[in-house]
Ligand binder design. Structure first.
Ligand SMILES: Nc1ncnc2c1ncn2[C@@H]1O[C@H](COP(=O)(O)OP(=O)(O)OP(=O)(O)O)[C@@H](O)[C@H]1O
Ligand SMILES: [Mg+2]
Length: 353
């Protein structure tokens, strides 16, 4: 049996249902991210796991034990929130010691554990500081140490990095992942940042309006999005409207050009409109190779973004974006150029929804 299970979880606030039939099974030691836009129910599910909210329906178990009758302090769960929720009038040492004190541990044991935790987050030298004397990133590391000090069976992180600047966010997310793996602690991480979720998770749950649209590894979520929502939320992707030309031959037309899909067009007839997803990094302007699929169009704009040049082209009225890697040796396309974008047929994904 999985370590954390949520079965058919529902949550309504008054007449409004914000979580619908949510199912999820998380294995021991796994790092799972809930990814979704604001208001989709991420925090609400986290709060139900922690015991701050009661599910309106469904079951919730940790290590085989029904959690519903248990109060938050009986669940042995560590939590870190978006806002730095440290006690402002306590030093770093006392913040980290707090849960252990409440649990009635002896002073020697507390001091040893706090030391161990501060070493883990590499802040042993700041034990006597107060929160206001530290940066946001340092405060979040202390919040993490405080959550872990009591040896929780589960760690819940609710957008712990969103108030930090971009550089610190990247380094701290890597640090969180390293600590999580070192301790082997089962972790649920909430974020609305797709890159964050892709980079540190074993699995991602993409949430849409209180439901899980797709659950999978970062690779699966990015390369084989199950729905239009997942496709558009994870990554900057082209959603192309195409017309079915010959369903038996998987032929469709994009703008003024026909292409053959890899996926079968079962259930569609000639003249139907289908939606196709194409990653901007899937294509290139290289010389043609056998088996390529190609679209020729006029460059509308080319934006230099540093490592890539994001280019938009018009293919008979359909706009397609693609990324080229920056290379000082080549001239990027210019608006007005006629270019041919080549990619593999399998890169054009049929979205069924
Ligand atoms: N206590 C409450 N009473 C009434 N409605 C609530 C309550 N808590 C949350 N909601 C509503 O439930 C929905 C989901 O909220 P939730 O906080 O779970 O979203 P979220 O995915 O965490 O969003 P964000 O990314 O902005 O934090 C929202 O529409 C919110 O207004
Ligand atoms: Mg939230």
């Amino acid at each position: 049996m999985s370590f954390l299970t949520l079965q058919n979880i529902q949550k309504s606030f008054g007449p409004v249902q914000v979580v619908h039939n949510f199912d999820m099974a998380i294995e021991k030691g796994e790092f799972v991210s809930f990814l979704g836009p604001s208001g989709c129910g991420k925090t609400t599910i986290l709060r139900m796991i922690a015991g701050f909210e009661k599910p309106s329906g469904g079951t919730l178990t940790i290590a085989g034990k029904d959690q519903r009758p248990l109060k938050p302090n009986q669940r042995n769960i560590g939590m870190v929130f978006q806002a730095y929720a440290l006690f402002p009038n306590m030093t770093v040492h006392d913040n980290v010691a707090f849960g252990l004190k409440v649990a009635g541990k002896a002073k020697a044991e507390i001091d040893a554990r706090v030391k161990e935790m501060l070493a883990l987050i590499r802040l042993d030298h700041l034990a006597d500081r107060f929160p206001y004397q530290m940066s946001g990133g340092q405060q979040q590391r202390v919040a993490l140490a405080r959550a872990l000090a009591v040896k929780p069976q589960l760690l819940l992180l609710d957008e712990p990095l969103s108030a930090l600047d971009a550089k610190i966010r990247v380094s701290l997310r890597e640090e969180i992942r390293l600590i999580q793996q070192k301790l082997g602690i089962t972790t649920v991480f909430v974020t609305h940042d797709q890159e964050e979720a892709l980079s540190i998770s074993d699995r991602i749950v993409v949430m849409n309006a209180g439901k899980a649209d797709q659950i999978g590894t970062p690779f699966e979520i990015y390369n084989a999005p199950a729905t239009r929502f997942v496709a558009s939320f994870v990554g900057t992707l082209n959603i192309i409207e195409a017309k079915v030309v010959d369903p038996a031959a998987n032929r469709v037309s994009i703008g003024n050009q026909d292409v053959t899909l890899k996926q079968p067009l079962t259930g569609f007839k000639a003249g139907d409109t289908v939606s196709l997803a194409l990653r901007p990094e899937a294509g290139s302007l290289a010389q043609s190779a056998p088996g390529d699929t190609a679209l020729t169009g006029k460059v509308v704009s080319a934006h230099f973004l540093g490592s890539v040049i994001r280019t938009r082209m018009d293919v008979g009225g359909v706009t397609i974006s693609f990324d080229m890697f920056n290379s000082p040796g080549t001239t990027p396309p210019q608006a007005g150029d006629i270019v041919t974008l080549r990619f593999q047929a399998a890169d054009l994904l049929l979205i069924r929804d």
